[in-house]
Design a protein around this ligand. Structure first.
Ligand code: ATP
Length: 580
């Protein structure tokens, strides 16, 4: 496929905010593409040249891109920037300049993809010059619309409004004629997080190929997630007569991938964080006895002398990009391993939890200092849950995780195989809600100085791949938090409502739905003005008296926010709670 054809599809995607239309356009695109291009197209749609978890970035800032555009079309950098400021988008500037230029030949999708990948991979002396000259040569070999979209890729400003579930729907529609294969495709995606790989496998080998996708060391697995229940009695009903209980450590989730001496770490939102935790990498080298393995655990700052768990605010100081060695000495982490997904070349996610736990115990050194097994107790009764809960809470931990003994590891799924039981559950609302920042209200009065007076936030509807409004937040933010929202929103501000946002309420301006905010509130109420979970009668859900607990951009993507389904469950649980 010629890149100009792909650029036409990008135009069509940009021109609609209706999800069904997005799916149709994408499906048409997939039908026209060669099988060998499908994977690359999936990455390009998301403005990337690799799956999102790979740290492969084009690495060019605005100035460098402007130099490359200028060099391609015989203009100075200043002239390019002037035009860019006039048009408001660097892509439009590139398009206009390219339209006055006779392009040399025309590259295919694969050709453009390979050039962009080459730019991402340059390193060492002369990198800047190599990147600029390769991009400027590339711009001469595509049509004006092609140039428009290409320059937005390095700047991460390609906004086609397409999320992963929409791509999965479109793949199913293109090859199967309807969307019924999305769950099957999702299965492959949950195991590898690699949309390009899933798409290409599907087009080459059909559903049989997708079903035989296994975990691959080095590709992050979408994490298994826990459900909430209002009481220990309810938990026992779900988990059976015998179940496992582990402390719920209040740190951050780490997935360890080990293949001989190559070790990678991934966060809850599947970012590669290996470089940030040299102490954990060292610990795995010494204390995990396996040729290859994928294991999961919770990392928490821990004082080995006093055997004291440090609070989350301390642990989270380790999530930084700079001075990592210094911080590793100051605040050493311990990884409490709680699950094993892969061992010595075999995907063991289908084994029951009990069996996986045994294997996990067999590969972790008994006297290790960095990698420890999470404590596990096999329980049977409500009173045992209460006793263990009180014990761990008194040690400063968050609560318990209850686990079904015979359950497989369900990648990417929230289910009753894991039940979380948190300290905050004693309150009126059973849990905090992870919301996505959708829009910002301009600051008035005292808040003019922060540039922000309040925010509109929403939750995620994973069935429809859209973000729906749930509350406005104004008083529940401190001055510093207002400033932080201002900084974030400056970068994410967009001209019109993003395609995946569904809201009747209009803030002063919209932002790209990317940032997750954890929000506590007094209760969930029905609401005629919010679109979260809106039913036929026009009634949705809202959070009453919302307060910001923390920013969660470090460990949750927008699609990992609380879902509409969860809101509905929380709503009915709070109801049951009150009846008691
Ligand atoms: P979720 O991860 O479920 O979307 P969340 O990130 O807000 O939600 P919680 O709901 O508080 O976190 O609980 C789930 C998280 O608890 C897991 O993702 C994991 O990071 C952490 N955790 C701590 N201890 C354990 C344990 N023993 N077993 C499993 N998970 C644990």
């Amino acid at each position: 496929m010629k890149f100009s054809t792909l650029a036409e599809y990008f135009e069509k995607l940009e021109g609609t905010s209706k999800r069904l239309e997005l799916i149709d356009i994408l499906s048409d695109l997939f039908k026209k593409a060669e099988t060998s291009e499908i994977g690359k197209i999936c990455y390009l749609i998301q403005g990337r040249v690799a799956p999102f978890y790979e740290p492969t970035e084009i690495g060019m800032a605005e100035n460098m891109v402007a130099v490359a555009i200028g060099r391609a079309f015989n203009k100075s950098k200043e002239e390019v920037i002037k035009l860019y400021l006039k048009k408001g988008n660097i892509g439009l500037a590139a398009e206009e300049l390219a339209s006055k230029y006779k392009h040399k030949g025309e590259l295919s999708v694969t050709g453009v993809f390979e050039e962009l990948l080459k730019i991402a991979k340059f390193e060492g002396v002369g990198t800047v010059e190599k990147k600029v000259s390769t991009l400027s040569d590339l711009l001469k070999k595509v049509n004006p619309k092609g140039a428009k979209h290409i320059v937005n890729i390095p700047l991460d400003t390609l906004r086609l409004g397409v999320g992963d579930p929409t791509i999965l729907d479109a793949l199913s529609l293109a090859k199967h004629g309807d969307k019924s294969l999305r769950p099957t495709l999702e299965g492959g995606y949950n195991k590898t997080s690699d949309l390009g790989l899933v798409a290409e496998t599907f087009f080459k080998k059909g559903t049989t190929g997708i079903k035989s996708i296994e975990l691959i060391v080095g590709k992050p697995v979408r994490p298994a997630l826990a459900e909430r229940l209002p009481s220990a009695d309810e938990a026992i009903k779900r988990l059976g007569k015998e179940f496992a209980a582990e402390p719920k450590f209040d740190g951050f989730r780490v997935a360890v991938h080990k293949n001989k001496d190559k070790i990678s770490l991934f966060s809850r939102n599947l970012e590669n964080t290996t470089h940030a935790f040299p102490d954990l990498v060292g610990g795995v080298e010494k204390e995990v006895k396996a040729e290859s393995a994928i294991l999961e655990g919770e990392a928490i700052a821990y004082n080995p002398q006093t055997q004291e768990f440090l609070p989350f605010q301390e642990t989270t100081k380790r999530r930084r990009k700079y001075k990592v060695e210094e911080m590793a000495k100051k605040l050493p982490l311990v990884l409490f391993a709680f699950d094993l997904l892969y061992l010595n070349g075999r995907d063991i996610t289908q084994k029951p939890y009990k069996g996986r736990r045994k294997l996990l115990e067999s590969i972790i050194a008994k006297d290790g200092l960095v990698i420890k097994l999470s404590e596990e107790r096999i329980l049977h009764k409500t009173s045992e849950i209460t006793d263990f809960f009180n014990e761990v809470v008194s040690e400063g931990l968050e609560g318990l995780m209850l686990k079904k003994l015979d359950s497989p590891y369900i990648a990417g799924g929230r289910g009753f195989h894991w039940v979380k039981f948190k300290r905050s559950q004693a309150g009126a609302l059973v849990d905090t809600v992870d919301c996505v920042l959708l829009g910002v209200y301009a600051g008035k009065g005292k808040r003019t100085e922060f540039g922000v007076g309040g925010v509109l936030v929403g939750v995620y509807d994973d069935k429809k791949d859209e973000f729906v409004s749930i509350t406005r937040l104004g008083t529940g933010l401190t001055d510093d938090e207002f400033r932080r929202v201002h900084e974030i929103s400056k970068k994410l501000k967009v001209e019109r409502k993003p395609a995946r946002v569904n809201s009747d309420i209009k803030p002063s301006f919209w932002v790209e739905p990317k940032i997750v905010l954890e929000i506590a509130s007094d209760e969930i109420t029905r609401s005629p003005i919010h679109t979260a979970g809106r039913d036929k009668d026009g009634s949705g859900y809202a959070l009453r008296f919302p307060r910001l607990v923390k920013f969660r951009e470090a460990d949750k993507r927008a699609e990992d926010a609380t879902t509409v389904e969860e809101i509905k469950k929380l709503y009915s649980q709070q109801f049951n709670h009150r009846k008691k």
